[in-house]
Write a protein that binds this ligand. Structure first.
Ligand code: SF4
Length: 373
């Protein structure tokens, strides 16, 4: 959308992007951000100031795994730098469709643990609901990118009602994790109804939302949304900051609005090779999260999803980083480094190597699925 048609002269600059001069009120409107996501190579070529033909190698990638990035997130990255840690999280990469790529489309076997479509029931006392397949930004390392490939249906009341019915007739479920896609992209009315229907089930004690909106579309966390979520407490929100540059004033303000509504915000980073798999970057991220009162909860070893090998850091490297963090940072800053076992066998903590006998660390290696030799 051309800035001249909607923007005002004193509006925001966007590092030479198509939105130079856009009015602040539009920039801060999550619907405008969502509508103006870059989703095609044609639009991306304009941002990069390169001919569309020069991006031809990305065409089959985004046919297999769609591409979308919000103007806001795009404004944080350097589109011309192929190793920019934010660019790498959202720009396509031909390695995603390498026919020789290892791994599985569904390494945690979520599809095999669905008693009703979209509901994963693996642990006795809690379940995970895939409420929608839509995200503001498609993270290239996502462990559910198979859903974009199959064009998973969006959240509908009928589909969500089926999940509510299953949860109501399963009394051992005390916690429901509402995830996606991004559940904060459901209409406020539908999400309000869904959370209310879950809350009305006597054995459901706790609700949890998984959303990357505070990172990729922080303007979505409006006062109205927070007021609605507040009505469904106890409700926890987990998000995914992966790099300190994502901790912007806008993101901090979104988290603050949630916290002020009584919704604890925790963070689940993914350890990503070349993005945050070094001590200094991880320390800056954890210090930054502590400053904005977001509790570091998990640091995930990147799942062996097919086509994401280039994101997967060595487990020993991750354990070495955790070792230094344990020695130097306060406990409030420390996430648990975990591996989600392939095949859905649950999470295992990856302890700092100081807990192993001296000299043991260098004797072992891990294969792509996290198995130690
Ligand atoms: S926001 Fe979450 S579900 Fe959506 S693409 Fe990113 S990691 Fe995957």
């Amino acid at each position: 959308m051309a800035a001249t048609s909607e923007g005002k002269a004193e509006g925001r600059r966007c590092n030479g992007r198509p939105w130079d001069g856009i009015a602040d009120e539009l920039w801060s409107d999550w619907r405008w951000q969502f509508r103006n996501r870059i989703r095609s190579l044609k639009k991306l070529s304009a941002v990069l100031e390169r001919p569309v033909a020069s991006l031809a190698a990305w065409s089959p990638v985004i046919r297999a795994y769609p591409f979308a990035v919000t103007p806001y997130y795009l404004s944080l990255l350097d589109p011309a730098d192929p190793v920019d840690p934010l660019r790498r999280q959202c720009f396509p990469d031909p390695r995603e469709i390498d026919p020789a790529a290892a791994g599985s489309e569904d390494p945690l076997d979520e599809e095999g643990a669905m008693p009703v479509p979209g509901l994963v029931h693996r642990y006795p006392d809690r379940c995970l609901v895939i409420a929608t397949g839509v995200c503001a930004l498609y993270c290239r390392h996502c462990n559910r990118k198979r859903m974009w490939r199959r064009k998973e249906p969006g959240g509908t009341r009928e589909r969500l009602q089926t999940m509510v019915d299953y949860i109501a007739r399963t009394p051992q479920l005390r916690e429901v994790i509402v995830s996606g896609g991004d559940p904060l992209l459901l209409s406020e009315r539908l999400l309000d109804w869904f959370l209310g229907a879950l809350r009305a089930i006597p054995h459901v004690e706790v609700l949890r939302i998984g959303s990357r909106a505070p990172v990729t579309l922080p303007m979505r966390v409006t006062p109205g949304l927070c007021a609605m979520l507040q009505r469904h407490r106890p409700l926890w929100l987990n998000t995914q900051f992966n790099h300190p540059r994502e901790l912007t004033p806008e993101a901090a303000a979104a988290c603050e609005r949630l916290l002020m509504a009584g919704i604890p915000v925790s963070n689940q980073s993914v350890l990503l090779k070349g993005i945050n798999d070094d001590y200094e970057t991880m320390r800056a991220l954890l210090y930054g999260l502590e400053r904005i009162s977001v509790r570091p909860y998990y640091l995930f070893q990147c799942d062996p999803v097919r086509g994401t090998d280039h994101f997967r850091a060595e487990i020993w490297n991750g354990m070495g980083i955790m070792e230094r963090l344990w020695r130097n940072l306060s406990g409030l800053c420390l996430p648990r480094y975990v591996l989600d076992c392939p095949g859905g066998r649950g999470k295992i903590p990856l302890q700092p190597i100081s807990l192993l006998p001296e000299g043991e660390a260098g004797k072992h290696s891990f294969d792509k699925t996290g198995r130690m030799d």
